[in-house]
Ligand binder design. Structure first.
Ligand code: SF4
Length: 462
């Protein structure tokens, strides 16, 4: 078992029995479930909208090389720069190089999971650059020294009282502040940082190849400030974020907001096509887009897994997942948690280390049901399981156990002969880990098959 798997089991066992954690998560997910119904009313035919969106992403991914080249060509025409990064290391090196050139001491960052993926904050800190998260949820998490808990709502596991206590500890504020007062505290601190920062970093919700632009969606306006106040704006985006046309946003923006937060439309939606032009009153002097692979082409080359790249990171599958609701986002030990994280992480970070995530599923299919992109998440989890076995990531004991299981299951008379005692003994020994968390397995004295035969003989059954 990998160290990641051991940590996963330890953390998830702890969280699943934490009633306070469960109360906070269920409270927030219940609120989400109510509002998402309102967002859905804006679609006359939601199913058709989802299918169309899936088709658009299918086209974008099937022609990814052309789409990205078209984006680069168009973006460069308007004065932007494009850097291609094969992995996290290359992306970090490029960002540090830019920061060095700009003599950057302070960098403001808007919410971006891809920067979590490459561990940007740690790298910047290591090089003496202060990096400030400007999304309120991310700022709370940064103050607390924690990674985001959820891909859309990073501090979902904290109550307003938790946040007030955290601000009091870290910033010396009154521990009884209301959410509005806490927001004002963060706002005052962050405004200063926006004005002082030399570099702003954002992610991209979508890369628009036809106009050479990026689209960013947010609720707080902090992304706009991060990309317009500092003189240099760096965008870091996974290569799968492509949409062939700006027109596609008319479908993707409402889908993302509805399934992400239940809003009809997110508050701020920006399209940026390059740095500030002479005569324009705002915008950065320089804009650089880093196109990141970091394992995405591994997913792309697999015809079945490819559809996981259609993901628009709305977080709906996390909110619907019984496993996520019980163990929370941190137990996964990966940047992307929940069903989508369990599907892509083994491909992006290694099957051997992360195959266990694909087994952390009840396979209820709720994730597939709610996904706006109609990604067959539960089937992809099964695919991962199969692939991990085919690649040989199975212990010798497990192999032997399944061998015996197969022999027994294919031989009814042998199974009947074993009797209650032997079956109980084998199950208790062989499934020790299972029984630790559940009631004991007790076989009945007679198997169903034996009972059936007896009742048939006595004439009880036709
Ligand atoms: S897999 Fe689907 S539901 Fe999950 S985050 Fe991505 S788009 Fe949303």
């Amino acid at each position: 078992m990998s160290d990641f798997a051991k940590t996963f089991i330890e953390k998830s066992s702890l969280k699943s029995t934490d009633k306070e954690h469960s109360r906070k998560i269920n409270f927030n997910i219940d609120k989400y479930n109510q509002t998402v119904q309102t967002g859905k009313t804006q679609f006359r035919n939601l199913n058709l909208a989802r299918q169309r969106a899936k088709n658009i992403k299918w086209r974008a991914l099937e022609t990814l090389d052309q789409q990205l080249e078209q984006f680069e060509l168009n973006f460069r025409k308007r004065g932007g720069k494009v850097i291609w990064a094969e992995n996290a290391k290359q992306a970090i090196e490029e960002i540090l190089k830019i920061c060095d050139e700009k003599n950057c001491k302070l960098l403001v960052k808007s919410k971006s999971m891809v920067t979590e993926e490459i561990k940007l904050n740690e790298a910047l800190e290591h090089h003496g650059i202060e990096s400030i998260e400007t999304d309120l949820g991310e700022y709370i998490q940064q103050l607390d020294g924690e990674a985001p808990y959820h891909i859309v709502t990073p501090a979902m596991h904290k109550s307003k009282e938790d946040v007030a206590k955290l601000f009091a500890e870290k910033l010396g504020t009154d521990p009884n502040l209301t959410p509005a007062e806490l927001t004002l505290v963060a706002r005052t601190i962050l405004r200063e940082k926006f004005a002082q920062a030399e570099v702003g970093v954002t992610g991209a919700n979508f890369i628009l190849s036809d106009i050479g632009g990026i689209a960013i969606t947010e609720n707080e306006g902090n992304a706009r400030l991060s990309m317009t106040f500092p003189k240099t704006h760096i965008v870091i985006a996974g290569i799968e974020k492509v949409l062939p046309s700006m027109q596609d946003l008319s479908l993707f923006w409402p889908l993302l907001s509805t399934f992400g937060t239940g809003q009809m439309l997110t508050v701020y939606n920006s399209i940026i096509t390059g740095p500030r032009f002479p005569g324009e009153c705002d915008g950065p002097e320089e804009m650089i887009v880093i196109l990141l692979d970091n394992g995405r082409t591994n997913v792309l080359k697999d015809e079945k897994q490819r559809e996981s790249l259609y993901c628009i990171r709305c977080g709906a599958c996390l909110n619907a997942c019984p496993i996520y609701k019980n163990i929370g986002g941190h137990a996964y030990g990966a940047t992307y948690s929940g069903p989508i994280g369990s599907v892509i992480t083994p491909h992006m970070q290694g099957m051997e280390d992360f195959k266990h995530l694909s087994f952390a599923s009840s396979l209820c299919g709720n994730c597939t049901e709610v996904c706006p992109m109609k990604i067959n998440l539960h089937e992809l989890l099964l695919e991962n399981r199969m692939q991990s076995v085919e690649e040989g990531h199975v212990t010798f004991t497990e192999k032997i156990a399944w061998k015996f299981w197969k022999i027994a299951m294919m031989n009814r008379s042998l199974l009947n002969k074993a009797g209650e005692k032997i079956k109980n003994k084998v199950a208790k020994k062989g499934m020790k880990a299972w029984s630790e968390q559940r009631s004991e397995i007790n076989f009945s004295p007679k198997s169903f098959n034996q009972l059936w035969k007896e009742r048939k003989k006595s004439g009880d059954l036709p």
